[in-house]
Design a binder for this molecule. Structure first.
Ligand SMILES: Nc1ncnc2c1ncn2[C@@H]1O[C@H](COP(=O)(O)OP(=O)(O)OP(=O)(O)O)[C@@H](O)[C@H]1O
Ligand SMILES: [Mg+2]
Length: 641
């Protein structure tokens, strides 16, 4: 059984949830977010990767327990010391501890030294523990972060398209830091306080009487309940306060950024009044949360003091009746003060723990999300061959769309050049994405070199495919980083050869920082055509057996396009190439041209055949080349002998 469940169970009780252990709930398959995510978090510490920290974990637990033991025992030494001082002639053997140690003739000095030593260790040991346990929490945090990061990357395209990446990143970040402070609060604050309460109850009962244990437990229970209830109430106020805070900032920033508008309407005073109103509102909420904080702190003090008073009076009666000495009264009160002290952060801790559980639950939800496109359990590596591709009766519709690709079949012989054309939205990019397994077909199969793409690993399949996408998106890094992404081992000379072939060499040379130039977020500092040429250079550099071009040169002027096309034709030699194009001249020399319309193939054949058929392709061709004398010949293609 994992050692996390007791904490989870304790908190579940505090949270007024059914007091079932996480394991029971798991076996029933019932959702128990609170207890379950806490125990799952502690289970992470038990993972093989963190095995090297187990000694530290055990030591940290041991130190925590020892420190709490010393914290409970220190007041007993103090009490005995006082007993020595107050009992007639310092007679040994009358105090409770003294009776055990009377033979040694412990003087009050020794007892006070013991008190000081125990007290010091009780407070210093946790600090030492924190210093060496930080490495463990950091490593656990790293493990969880990398896991989540890896998992998020493995999720399918559809998942990423429907989630904002900022939100995804926040889930990972918050989840990982929640793990850190939940560990801290639960393992080293709330948990040990409960341990201390248990120790102290035993010591109080054994040395002074069961009534003192009962009083301590009741006080802590009432204190905890009060704190949680008031904190829940305050959370509502806090939310309202946060809203007022956001509004106030909004007003200030809005006015300052729109200052031209404000000035042109001579509305400065109006804006000041609006700002004043927002501050007043903010102040009202601030006053409320400060007042409720006083209610919380005042109530907590009242409960603690009442608990102490009750215990002091009981102990006082004991002293009057002669069953106790003055030192015992002191010891009991000191012990209770020790237990109560860490409780003063309970309200804050409660809020953080609740928030932390929500954050970590979201992280675990992410980890539990199964990708829709996943490797088959028995998937082997893709074995590249001649690069033959077959689509067999493939149908697919995007989520939330009624129509899509409908029963499409075509084959691309190894080493051939296939052009795909068709109106915008016909499904051309979707066909290419299915080849990469970004989506799986609803029906039919896609076969590459005799292997169903669903039966090989995605990684090995994609390594055999090179893509110049319709929209090249770049990393916010240098040109070198982006170009060599396809082949991280490439040196500058190789990168420049590829860049030259993609007609990007002169541009790079013209930059003061050359390959070290940063391209800005998503490559925003490059023009559309430059980005496309980075995409082309990347594909040339990666040297894949199958080259897939989705409108690879659509943003280029016709002169540059011709040169890039020439480079692509050269790069395509000897390998299978599928090219999607709107500008028909770029695919007119393809071995086969597939004409798509509305998710279906409407025509197929070589350029000349399609022109002869005089169908959709021929009419598109005429439109694009109207005014051109050689209206039936490709502009710059070899086939126009
Ligand atoms: N992730 C998506 N979710 C829902 N619908 C999508 C998604 N991606 C594409 N579509 C839709 O699927 C259809 C085909 O899109 P696709 O990108 O394949 O067209 P295309 O033929 O490449 O067009 P273009 O020539 O404009 O690039 C379009 O109607 C598009 O709106
Ligand atoms: Mg497209």
């Amino acid at each position: 059984m994992r050692w996390g469940w007791p904490f989870g169970a304790c908190l579940a009780i505090l949270a007024r949830m059914p007091p079932e252990t996480a394991d029971e709930l798991e076996s029933k398959g019932k959702a128990a977010p609170f207890g379950r995510s806490i125990s799952r978090m502690f289970a992470i510490l038990w993972r093989q990767e963190l095995k090297k920290w187990r000694l530290r974990m055990a030591l940290a637990l041991l130190i925590t327990v020892v420190a709490k033991g010393l914290s409970v025992i220190a007041p007993v030494f103090m009490g005995e010391g006082i007993n020595k001082l107050t009992s007639p002639a310092g007679a040994a053997g009358e105090g409770l501890v003294g009776s055990a140690a009377s033979g040694a003739g412990l003087s009050f000095v020794i007892l006070f030294l013991l008190f000081a030593g125990a007290r010091f260790l009780a407070n210093a040991l946790p600090a030492i523990r924190d210093a060496f346990f930080t490495a463990v929490t950091q490593d656990a945090q790293r493990l969880v972060s990398v896991d989540a990061f890896q998992h998020a990357q493995n999720l399918d395209l559809q998942f990423h398209l429907t989630r904002r990446s900022g939100a995804l990143n926040r889930i990972m970040e918050r989840g990982a830091s929640a793990m850190e402070y939940l560990l801290r609060f639960l393992a080293f604050n709330i948990g040990p306080t409960l341990v201390e309460l248990v120790f102290a109850s035993f010591v109080l009962a054994a040395l002074y009487g069961i009534q003192f244990s009962v009083a301590a437990i009741i006080t802590v229970a009432v204190y905890a309940l009060y704190t949680i209830l008031v904190t829940e109430w305050r959370n509502k106020q806090r939310r309202a306060f946060n809203a007022a805070d956001t509004k106030l900032r909004g007003v200030a920033i809005d006015t300052l950024t729109n200052f031209e508008t404000v000035k042109s309407f001579a509305a400065e005073n109006r804006e000041s009044v609006r700002y004043d109103g927002a501050i007043r509102d903010y102040n009202q909420h601030y006053i409320k949360i400060m007042q409720s904080l006083s209610v919380l702190n005042g109530g907590q003090e009242l409960i603690m003091t009442a608990g102490l008073l009750a215990v002091a009076i009981m102990a006082g009666y004991g002293a009057v009746n002669g069953t106790m000495q003055a030192g015992d009264v002191t010891a009991i009160i000191l012990m209770l003060v020790n237990i109560y002290r860490p409780l003063n952060i309970l309200g804050w801790a409660w809020r953080e723990i609740k928030q932390g559980t929500v954050d970590i639950e979201k992280l675990f939800d992410l980890m539990d999300t199964k990708p829709e496109v996943a490797d088959a359990p028995d998937a082997g590596p893709f074995a590249p061959g001649t690069g033959e591709i077959r689509f067999e009766n493939v149908s697919f519709a995007h989520e939330g769309r009624a129509s899509g690709i409908d029963d499409v079949s075509f084959s691309v012989p190894g080493g051939s050049f296939v052009g795909i054309v068709g109106p915008s939205g016909a499904g051309k990019s979707t066909i290419l994405k299915m080849l990469f397994r970004f989506y799986d077909p609803a029906n039919g199969r896609i076969i590459v070199d005799g292997q169903d793409v669903r039966e090989v690993t995605q990684e090995s399949l994609r390594k055999a495919l090179g893509l110049v996408p319709q929209e090249v998106v770049l990393f916010n890094d240098t040109l070198r980083f982006n170009l060599s992404y396809a082949n991280p081992d490439a040196d500058d000379a190789e990168i420049m050869v590829a860049a030259n072939r993609a007609q990007l060499g002169d541009f790079i040379k013209s930059l003061p920082n050359g390959l070290d130039t940063r391209v800005g977020e998503r490559g925003m500092k490059l023009s559309g055509g430059e980005k496309q040429r980075v995409g082309v250079a990347r594909a040339i550099l990666s040297d894949p057996p199958i080259l897939v071009l989705d409108e690879a040169t659509s943003s280029l002027d016709s002169g540059t396009e011709e040169e890039v096309q020439a480079a692509l034709r050269e790069a395509a030699r000897g390998r299978t190439t599928i090219a999607v194009a709107h500008r028909l001249s770029t695919i007119a020399n393809a071995d086969i041209i597939i004409v798509f319309g509305d998710g279906k193939i409407v025509e197929r054949g070589a350029h000349r055949e399609l022109i002869a058929t005089d169908g959709l392709y021929a009419s598109l061709w005429r439109r694009q080349t109207s005014g051109d004398e050689a209206a039936t010949s490709p502009i710059h293609m070899e086939i126009a002998e």
